[in-house]
Design a protein around this ligand. Structure first.
Ligand code: ASP
Ligand code: MG
Length: 420
């Protein structure tokens, strides 16, 4: 058994979905569960729809809904001939569900509605792809992963109930493979025991794929991306970015932690626990070797560079100039947890705490005003955070040349520089 995961970029237009069909022809002989994200930027569009609905902006919500609907019907029309009507009927059941929800006025918390609305992206994309693949002779079964992945009701960042999910997989997924080589499932989404839809956090489809790999004791997980392999830096930022042929689980967890947009950070543990190799391969050219991630030691890694723009530094100092003690630090971290904000760097001083965060505007304002009851708060915006793993001092000086350095933290492996 294998697990494949295709992200939004691999299915962001009709040609890429056709390309997916060509790619899968090569793998027909093996039992594979295919986890797929929403098309392209659909999740962002659904987030906007959620905002409009929650703000009571019905017209805007309706408009955004129509756009999403039209886009998916277009995909379906362009891809399907014989299966077009049945696919549309299935899509319409999801549209109707969404429409019903949008008719109401929001009575519950935002995160609940977010999950009920945003989960539709994956349901729509997988429906179309499943019909398309069946039509071109790649036999597959579609599953509603909300019947499989059981979570708690911590909406937008739900935790998995592994035991129940495992039971569902044994009962409902394994028998499907007696009839078909491919099972198609949505990434990113799940459901509570009350059948409320949940999501696992943005980019969570990688994690879904790892859950399946773990519980199915898969021989491998392949994540198909638009880059040739995992690179030592983002090729959009550094033209000399290099592919890395081999990485191990710990290194990739570190990379994700420091913000490299490689793999969702929760993906690795379920693989590592069962020693399942992760392959990162290019869907545009499957003949490229890609990256293998396993538990073997890696030698001679190139420096790994992560550049995060749009950072804000929050400086909290005690109002009475006393030393910052544990209590306010604990209060700060509770607040961060509540707002689902993860600092990219923190540093404690005698009378201040520094905290570097992604500048997600509203959340930062909420955080700053909440913190203002206990601290003097100073925000510095528009900063860049550079992280280099396996650094050399020369490389760091080269990358920070001409910049105003506000803060630098070093360990033997990693140096982080906050700069303006
Ligand atoms: N569609 C979701 C997102 O864009 C999940 C994923 O792509 O992994 O975040
Ligand atoms: Mg994605």
């Amino acid at each position: 058994m294998k697990v494949f995961k295709f992200g939004g970029a691999s299915v962001n237009n009709v040609d890429r979905i056709k390309n997916l069909g060509i790619l899968l022809q090569e793998y027909k002989a093996q039992k594979t569960i295919i986890v797929i994200s929403a098309f392209g930027k659909t999740t962002n569009a659904l987030e906007k729809l959620t905002d409009a609905f929650f703000d009571g902006n019905k017209e805007q919500a309706q408009l955004l809904f129509e756009q999403i609907k039209k886009q998916h019907l277009n995909f379906s029309n362009n891809l399907l001939v014989t299966h077009s009507l049945s696919c549309e009927a299935q899509l319409n059941t999801f549209f109707t569900e969404l429409e019903w929800l949008l008719h109401d006025n929001p009575l519950r918390q935002y995160d609940y509605y977010y999950d009920q609305i945003v989960c539709v992206g994956e349901l729509l994309s997988t429906t179309i792809i499943s019909y398309y693949l069946n039509e071109i002779g790649i036999a597959n079964k579609w599953v509603d992963v909300r019947d499989i992945i059981r979570t708690d009701n911590n909406f937008r960042d739900s935790s998995i109930d592994w035991e129940i999910t495992n039971t569902h997989i044994t009962k409902s997924i394994l028998p499907l493979f007696e009839k078909t080589p491919f099972v198609i499932a949505q990434g990113f989404i799940g459901a509570t025991d009350e059948n409320e839809s949940t999501t696992l956090g943005r980019e969570g489809s990688d994690f879904t794929a790892a859950i399946f790999a773990n519980l199915l004791n898969a021989e491998s997980l392949t994540i198909w991306k638009d880059v040739p392999a995992i690179m030592n830096s983002d090729p959009k930022q550094f033209s000399d970015a290099k592919s890395i042929a081999h990485l191990n689980y710990s290194e990739i967890i570190e990379m994700a932690y420091y913000g490299a947009q490689v793999i969702h950070p929760k993906t690795i543990k379920p693989l590592q626990n069962k020693n399942i190799p992760l392959y990162v391969k290019c869907f545009l050219d499957p003949t490229l070797p890609g990256t293998i991630v396993d538990n073997h030691p890696v030698k001679n890694l190139p420096p790994i560079i992560v550049l995060k723009e749009n950072q804000v530094m929050m400086e909290l100092s005690s109002k009475d100039f006393s030393f910052v003690e544990e209590k306010p630090i604990a209060a700060l971290f509770l607040l961060l947890e509540k707002l689902k904000l993860k600092p990219n760097l923190t540093q404690n001083g005698a009378i201040s705490i520094l905290c570097v965060l992604d500048d997600s505007k509203e959340k930062i304002e909420t955080l700053a005003s909440a913190a203002a009851s206990q601290f003097e708060v100073k925000l510095t915006k528009g900063l860049t955070l550079l992280t280099v793993r396996h650094y050399t001092d020369e490389l760091v000086s080269q990358l920070t040349a001409g910049k105003n350095i506000l803060l630098q933290q070093k360990t033997i492996e990693t140096v982080q520089t906050l700069m303006q």
